[in-house]
Design a protein around this ligand. Structure first.
Ligand code: DGY
Length: 325
């Protein structure tokens, strides 16, 4: 099909060069503003488009997919995670789903490292002290955190992002431990100097910092529940740059408040941007607004991936980044 006949609807403002290119190539309707589309607008988009480009804030569930027009053939997600899309229902209705894997792994790993370093070294409190104007100069006992080097880092989920975290963390002298459904190939494990734990529970009890990089699926929902969090040492830190739903946020908050964990660095939350207020109050947590992939380079590359997926589909081929449930 000639690209200009392909009706593409984008649900959210994207970086300008991505929007320009989408408009050059296809009959593209861009988002009117930078607010998430409401459900009615999404349903209308699904009914009229050949291809829809949603982001992680758009819940493309069975109800919405039921309102898709006959023309809708591809959901080209702008993002790697696709837990907001009911892929099984989409496929059963003949609608393909693609994502943007790989291009955000390094940036997200950088953000995980910022939290892995920043929480034990109390960056939030240090910055707040300067901002408050109350800093009175260097003091031998002020803002003492904990040494990173020599500590055990547990990586939960050793895909692209987990491995990118491991490569960085070794440079900081951390000992790498990981839990993944499948063990890495021996060469990869050796090059990362990483120790595999078949039992997540056993790994949790040993690590000083846990970094979560496992995607949110029905089997990882609340993988870190109250029972598992209690296995961790009271001196341990938890970092999450994946999806909030992997951790039971209320249980984590309770344990942080009770001093049963030393601190947490979270870029993602269980209910989107509706964060447990009791978590926000804590001094030993560093909370970020889901900005792991937020670099100009990464967001452009995500756009390029979306365009390649749509263009390949338009040319009558199988888009390279199709996902399965
Ligand atoms: C993704 O693409 O799933 C990321 O979470 C966005 O930062």
């Amino acid at each position: 099909m000639p690209g200009k006949n392909l009706r593409v609807v984008v649900t959210r403002k994207l970086p300008e060069p991505v929007e320009t290119r989408l408009q050059e190539l296809f009959d593209t309707r861009l988002a009117a503003d930078d607010a998430p589309m409401n459900r009615d607008a999404l349903a209308e988009a699904m009914a009229s488009a050949d291809v829809i480009v949603p982001t992680l804030g758009d819940r493309i569930d069975a109800g919405l997919l039921g309102q898709a027009g006959e023309n809708l053939k591809l959901v080209a997600n702008y993002g790697a995670g696709f837990d907001h899309i009911d892929v099984a229902t989409a496929l059963s209705r003949g609608i393909m789903v693609s994502n943007t894997p790989g291009v955000l792994a390094e940036d997200t790993a950088d953000m995980a490292m910022a939290l892995i370093l920043g929480v034990p070294r109390r960056l939030k409190e240090g910055a707040a002290l300067i901002q408050s104007g109350e800093w009175e100069g260097w003091a031998p006992t002020a803002l003492m955190g904990h040494r990173i080097s020599g500590k055990r880092l547990g990586i939960l989920g050793m895909g692209r992002i987990g491995q990118a975290i491991a490569r960085r963390a070794r440079g900081f002298g951390l000992q790498i431990h990981y839990h993944n459904r499948t063990r890495l190939r021996t060469e990869t494990e050796e090059s990362l100097e990483a120790t595999w734990w078949e039992s997540l529970d056993q790994m949790l009890a040993r690590v000083d910092i846990l970094s979560v990089s496992v995607p949110h699926t029905p089997s990882t929902f609340h993988l870190l529940n109250a029972r598992r969090l209690k296995l961790m040492k009271p001196t341990a830190y938890v970092v999450n740059t994946s999806r909030g739903e992997v951790i039971d946020e209320n249980a984590l908050t309770r344990q942080l408040r009770a001093g049963e964990l030393a601190g947490a660095g979270l870029d993602v939350f269980e209910n989107g941007h509706d964060i447990n207020p009791r978590l926000k109050d804590l001094e030993n947590v560093l909370l970020l607004p889901h900005m792991g992939s937020a670099t100009e380079e990464g967001r452009l590359e995500m756009g390029e991936k979306v365009i390649i997926n749509i263009k390949t589909f338009c040319d009558g081929h199988r888009p390279p980044d199709l996902v399965v449930p």
